[in-house]
Design a protein around this ligand. Structure first.
Ligand SMILES: [Zn+2]
Ligand SMILES: [Zn+2]
Length: 138
């Protein structure tokens, strides 16, 4: 992997986890993803999009979804920290690691396939985008 140092390889970490940790993490990840889908719907509706097929969400659902998102994120982090405490140590240290899942990342600005520069950019080196290349060596 090029640029910005080694990555967090989720696939490798998952392979090495005991089944009990996989199960605990998987349950929370599924529930968190479901709440994020709900939050996505809320954000769309907040920005004026037409309500989903089920209509506007009740305020009680909105409130509980917000709490669920926060709580489940915390539980997910705690479970991973219990299973693989070295990951938190690395993230707290001088050389934190980005997830492998993000793919190529520009060493100059941090843009990626999922988040190109505003003016548009392409890869001119494995870890350098065209927007940064015109600015000189990163
Ligand atoms: Zn760049
Ligand atoms: Zn870029």
């Amino acid at each position: 992997m090029t640029g910005l140092g080694p990555r967090i390889d989720g696939a490798l970490i998952w392979q090495e986890l005991p089944e009990v940790d996989r199960t605990a993490l998987g349950i929370v990840a599924v529930e968190l993803a479901s709440v994020l889908m709900l939050q996505h719907r809320l954000n769309r509706e907040d920005m004026g999009a037409a309500p989903a097929a089920g209509g506007l969400l009740a305020p009680a659902v909105e409130r509980a979804a917000g709490t669920a998102e926060f709580e489940l994120q915390g539980v997910l982090v705690a479970l991973l920290d219990a299973a693989r405490p070295e990951i938190l140590s690395v993230q707290a240290g001088p050389d934190p690691r980005l997830p492998a899942r993000l793919g190529r990342i520009c060493r100059g600005c941090g843009c990626s396939q999922a988040d190109a520069c505003a003016e548009g950019c392409t890869w001119v080196e494995p870890d350098l985008c065209s927007a940064c290349a015109v600015l000189g060596p990163a």
